[in-house]
Design a protein around this ligand. Sequence first.
Ligand code: C2O
Ligand code: CU
Ligand code: CU
Length: 508
Amino acid sequence: MKKVGIAAIIILVLVIAGGWFFMRSMGGMGGNMPGQGGGMMNGGGMGNGGMMGGGSGLVEDMKNDSIAGGEKRLPIPPMLKDENPDPGKAEFTLVAQKGTVEFLKGKATDTFGYNGDYLGPVIRVKKGDDVSVKVKNELDEATTLHWHGLEVDGEDDGGPHSGIQPDTTWNPEFTIEQNAATLWYHPHLLHKTGEHVYKGLAGLFLIDDEESEKLDLPDEYGVNDIPLIVQDKQLDENGQFEYDLSMHDVMMGLQGDTIMVNGAINPYVEVPKGKVRFRLLNGSNARIYQFALSNGQEFYQIGTDGGLLEEPVKMDSLVLSSAERAELIVDFSGYEKGESVELTDQGMPFMKFVVSGEEKGPKEIPSQLVDIPEVDESMAARTREFVMSGMGRNVTINGKQMDMDRIDEQLKLHDTEIWEITNEGMGMMGNNMGMAHPFHGHGTQFLILDRDGNPPPANERGWKDTILVEPGEKVRAIATFDHKGLFMYHCHILEHEDAGMMGQFNVE
Ligand code: C2O
Ligand code: CU
Ligand code: CU
């Protein structure tokens, strides 16, 4: 922990003051107000790994029913049918709808989902495909559908300007121009993103390409290529999702006490003896996870948000902030049939891998994956600065909050730019205090140049669309903007985004 002491007291005062401001501005609404400051500061999203570690209230608060049991098999999101038989063309239909799910026995939780009660099917396309998606809204309220990480024009991006009214259909069409990646889709309506995602609107969008298909990676979907959408939820005594933001939620982003994977609490999945690939999405509103295996076993990260890495990176824990993805390979070949290991967040198990005994998949992990271009700063037409600061409802980027009628940044089509993203933390009160913010830019993929002047860690030397920036930290990332139109950049803590920690850039 760095520079705590006096700064902690200042935070405490600010948190309380900010909370009062919020309570008043919301007319006294506000659910479970934390009893004391200590509780408020324990949110997992705060500070760096060290601050998220042991002693955090999260661990003690974890409900018992989420760690007992372990009876439920991991649901595997179905693959969405391509309605166009023509190779090279793909057509899909997604329906945003209401549903109910029994997450807890005997309690039907009201949910949202795509083509089902909760979450959505996997859209899988190939580089070069011409894609058309019909997105029908069968909810009672407007929503949008944004392709997170996809490089398409602004009009197809599904941001806050592309509202889909109830009983209407939105039909974006685009060509897949980027390489193999694990992307996702979710709503993006102004002030409503947090609630819509929280109720269950999210799904995976996978891209394949020739290079990735040639690599000898585990690729049997649901067998040794397994998607894991990790989300934390808060179920009330009736089993309902509370999206009734407390003061703490406004400050830290909503953090639930129950972790779900693909919509199941504490599930298990059978895996073959061998190498298994996991496509991990942090689909949580706010929580930053620190994933590890319960026996301390090492694993390999092979992919980042926007594609495969140049080579597998051996690690024993992985920090993933909201909206980030990671592709991992875990080697189960040393396990006996029936042996199991758990996946943990900050040491707290939330799902189990059970080895089935049947051998499957590649014997070795390829040592070389894909080529990532050398970053060349001299290609950049300019450097653009983004400063994230504030707390609670007062979170800003470059001192401003989102205004649908204001375009914050003008970019030139096909320009390469360096984006310098700073987290000012508490600003003058203490740059190193405050919260880590995952910064996300639409319509492109970035390569990180440096973090506070140092080269990024090996597992971040790949395509990124969401970059976690710690309090006091400055990250420089480079990207080329090959799609025209209006796009968003924002903090992907959805409560911050909804509070206005977002801006717009136009590419022409
Ligand atoms: Cu994942 Cu602007 O979104
Ligand atoms: Cu996005
Ligand atoms: Cu934030």
